[in-house]
Design a protein around this ligand. Structure first.
Ligand SMILES: *Cc1c(COP(=O)(O)O)cnc(C)c1O
Length: 423
């Protein structure tokens, strides 16, 4: 990877010092140079503007630079950009905690803030494990996770990702061993899941899954019934259910939270990505009352031992509160329904293209699945050449636009996918 000569100074000087995500630094194309963002548009330093189909890794649900969120951050910046959260609390965090609990189903009522999705999942796993330890059950330290799942990139979370996609082979014995089951989507997989659960329940602290959509695993959808099956099985074996709604939370699947569509409540839920409307890093792990009660004791060893330096950052919490205001003030879920209708129609012509295996949509997620993508990087460059910011991975080309995207921009993205795949 080397900097094209036309790039600005900061790019030329900085690129040799930066390490980019998921990239073979030697062979990957040089990254684009972003200058500014607005709504669903990203403007590059060479003055090209791209229509964004990804919403900054599924986060910017109100579009970029929403003036209301910007105003909330500026106001918070004046009074208190940050303060530690140990032995001290502040209005943005406590307001946000009570609002999240009011929106979440059931008695999900205790919020632990962190600053990234992976860490929120690690905290959920620690909660589930210590829940058992505090009850004197020292053998129940493993998780049951599902094939196709994705829960983060840290060492602990990689171990509950899909074994093949989650790079287990690359890290081998560095990863903890958990129980990986097929999602119970039909009779055979349900039997396999139930067998594994029965066999391992004595050593399990929790079951972890992404509800309705396995995102980074390839935008794989499953029916709400699957969630009900897992909830009932978790109850039957007295295992905590952790739902990772880091991707699905805040309207992406058509309801504010995906678990609503199955009418179930997890014991622990993790949130991040769209929590701040994609403006700042923030994540939350929310536990039900009975989970929290296992930590409520005179024994100091029964306390949850975790505390990120920047937890509950006031600027990030102000963003998240502003984002929730926008969900109340503007018709986000109706916009998601309209996006779904438009994408369903506009992506349909892709179905008959050679090499296309499936076209599917759920909420504001549109997916064209191919038999294989020989070179995702080259495909991305073609999409960019047309003016679309879309990041194909594995064997899929997908859209997760901002909920505020215009009909015109969304049609452009869908048609560009068709044009590029047809060529
Ligand atoms: C993105 C994602 C994570 C990890 O979040 P980071 O902020 O990247 O650490 C975990 N779980 C799911 C379902 C995700 O989509």
């Amino acid at each position: 990877m080397s900097a094209p000569a036309s790039m600005p100074d900061w790019y030329q000087q900085g690129l040799p010092h930066i390490w980019l995500p998921y990239s073979q630094m030697k062979t990957a194309s040089a990254p684009l140079a972003a200058q500014s963002t607005h709504g669903s548009h990203i403007t590059l330093t060479d003055e090209r503007t791209l229509v964004d189909g990804v919403a900054a890794w599924w986060t910017a649900c109100h579009g970029y630079n929403h003036p209301y969120i910007r105003q909330a951050v500026m106001k918070q910046l004046e009074t208190m950009p940050h303060v530690m959260f140990g032995g001290m609390v502040h209005e943005p965090a406590l307001r946000l905690a009570s609002r999240l609990c009011a929106l979440l189903p059931g008695d999900l009522e205790r919020v632990f803030f962190t600053d990234s999705g992976s860490v929120a999942v690690e905290v959920a796993m620690k909660m589930a494990i210590q829940y058992r330890l505090n009850k004197g059950e020292h053998q129940r330290t493993k998780m049951l996770a599902f094939r196709g799942g994705y829960h983060g990139d840290t060492l602990a979370t990689m171990a509950v990702c899909d074994p093949e996609e989650g790079m287990h082979h690359l890290y081998g014995s560095a990863l903890a061993e958990h129980v990986i089951a097929p999602l119970p989507v039909d009779e055979t997989s349900t039997r396999a899941f139930m067998d594994l659960l029965a066999r391992h329940a004595h050593e399990l602290a929790g079951i972890i899954m992404e509800p309705l959509v396995q995102g980074a695993g390839g935008m794989l959808f499953h029916a709400p019934q699957v969630l009900r099956t897992v909830r009932a099985a978790a109850d039957q074996h007295d295992v905590l259910l952790i739902l990772d709604e880091i991707f699905t939370g805040f309207g992406r699947t058509g309801t504010l939270f995906a678990c609503e569509q199955a009418g179930i409540t997890p014991d622990i839920i993790t949130l991040s990505k769209a929590l701040t409307g994609g403006t700042m890093a923030l994540a939350a792990t929310v536990a039900r009352r009975h989970v929290f009660e296992a930590f409520w004791a005179d024994n100091p060893d029964h306390a949850l031992m975790h505390g990120p330096t920047f937890m509950a950052n006031p600027l990030a919490c102000a963003c998240a509160n502003a984002s929730l205001d926008l969900f109340e003030a503007e018709p986000r879920l109706e916009q998601v329904a309209a996006i779904n209708a438009l994408m369903t129609e506009a992506l349909e012509p892709c179905r008959t293209l050679p090499g296309v295996r499936d076209v599917r949509t759920l909420g504001a997620i549109g997916v064209v699945e191919l038999d294989r993508i020989a070179n995702p990087d080259a495909l991305r460059q073609q999409l960019i050449a047309h003016g679309a910011w879309i990041r194909p991975f594995r064997n899929i080309v997908y859209l997760t636009p901002a909920f505020t995207i215009s009909e015109q921009d969304l049609l452009f993205l869908c048609r560009t996918i068709h044009t590029v795949l047809a060529a």
